[in-house]
Design a protein around this ligand. Structure first.
Ligand code: IPM
Ligand code: MG
Length: 358
């Protein structure tokens, strides 16, 4: 019997609904396992901007840094879209990632057999299921590089003044690459012993450094078969032969894009959990991959399963409660096989899936 301190950050849109349902489920887990979860709620995102003017108030970051794990709903919404970059709700996410040192983001795209017909891919491409783990670097690269915006004094070749000019710099150090690669290799060892490093090494210097570090680090994991794939090809292979991919490790930006694509293969991004992890012993952050879905917020029709599955990852990775995590995942499978669906989910089964967050 143990006590765990969980910081709950509901955020915006459907965030409060999905985290509330998940905390109820965790209370049940506590009841049955004898453990105690002490939930402390904290503000971040749009709601924090409205209440305090700051997307990530210092108290929130400090609570998150001093607990066992963080459970987050979603942040953002059209109301705050006009704000400058560092004042937007999304800045809270980046601040939490950086402030907690969460360099590894694990996103699993699993096609549940019960939801097979929801996949937009041809049935023969997904008949043996899809189970892809994307290991995304989360605290480096272009997301955190130098950026700037200024008036250019130059012209195009034809003399047209360039006008405003912006830049975002992608930087990766060997140490940053090595630690995320090791998460990729370790995950591959636990799965099918196959790792795909996704990059753009035909163009980018950072990618070439990723390859060089991979060549060195792979010696420590002789049982893992490694291959390199350009990101444009990876985006194609995800659609052409998704079952051939198992663990993908990649940069922050490529991981952002590919994880949405992989998610969509499963038919519903509303089912996908994620874990963001830092150094061992530090609190991890757990959140659904979907966004705040403001169009359906407050209607009681959002799908909490991605957050519940994220809580299962939290039990497993941050709290060391793998038996309880297995139970939670089993319960989700049972709910699906019993035929329960949200309204949006039912619609998803029949209609198109483009960009539907939940
Ligand atoms: C994600 C999201 C975030 C990201 C945004 C909301 C900042 O798209 O978690 O994938 O780009 O990392
Ligand atoms: Mg994204």
């Amino acid at each position: 019997m143990a006590e765990y301190r969980i910081t709950v950050i509901p955020g915006d849109g459907i965030g409060p609904e999905v985290t509330k349902s998940t905390c109820q489920v965790l209370e049940k887990v506590a009841e049955q396992s004898g453990h105690r979860f002490l939930f402390t709620e904290a503000m971040a995102g749009g709601i924090a901007i409205d209440e305090t003017g700051d997307p990530l108030p210092p108290e929130t970051l400090s609570l998150a840094q001093n607990c066992d794990a963080v459970l987050l709903g979603a942040v953002g919404g059209p109301k705050w879209d006009g704000l400058p970059g560092n004042k937007r709700p999304e800045a809270a996410l980046l601040g939490l990632r950086k402030g907690l040192g969460l360099f590894a983001n694990l996103r699993v795209a699993v096609l549940f057999p019960e939801l097979k017909e929801a996949s937009p891919l041809r049935p023969d491409l997904v008949e043996n299921g899809v189970d892809i783990l994307i290991v995304r670097e989360l605290t480096g690269g272009i997301y955190f590089g130098k950026r700037g915006l200024s008036e250019s004094s130059e012209t195009l070749e034809n003399g047209t003044p360039k006008g405003m000019e912006a830049f975002d710099v992608e930087t990766y150090s060997e140490a940053e690459i090595e630690r995320i690669l090791r998460v990729g290799f370790t995950s591959a060892v636990e799965r099918k012993k196959k790792l795909t490093v996704v990059d753009k090494a035909n163009i980018l210097e950072t990618s070439r450094l990723w390859r060089k570090v991979t060549e060195r680090v792979k010696a420590d994991y002789p049982e893992v078969e490694v291959d390199f794939m350009y990101v444009d090809n990876a985006s194609m292979q995800l659609l052409r032969r998704p079952a051939s991919l198992d663990v993908i490790v990649t940069s922050n930006m490529f991981g952002d894009i590919l994880s949405d694509e992989a998610g969509m293969i499963t038919g519903s991004i509303g089912m996908l959990p994620s874990a963001s992890l830092g150094d061992p012993g530090k609190p991890g952050m757990y959140e659904p991959v979907h966004g705040s879905a403001p169009d359906i917020a407050g209607k009681g029709i959002s799908n909490p399963l991605a957050t519940i599955l994220s809580a299962a990852l939290m039990l497993r990775f941050s709290l060391g409660l793998s038996k309880e995590a297995d139970c939670l995942e089993k319960a989700v499978k049972k709910v699906l096989s019993d035929g329960y669906r949200t309204a949006r989910h039912r619609r998803d089964d029949k209609e198109s899936h483009g960009g539907i967050p939940v």
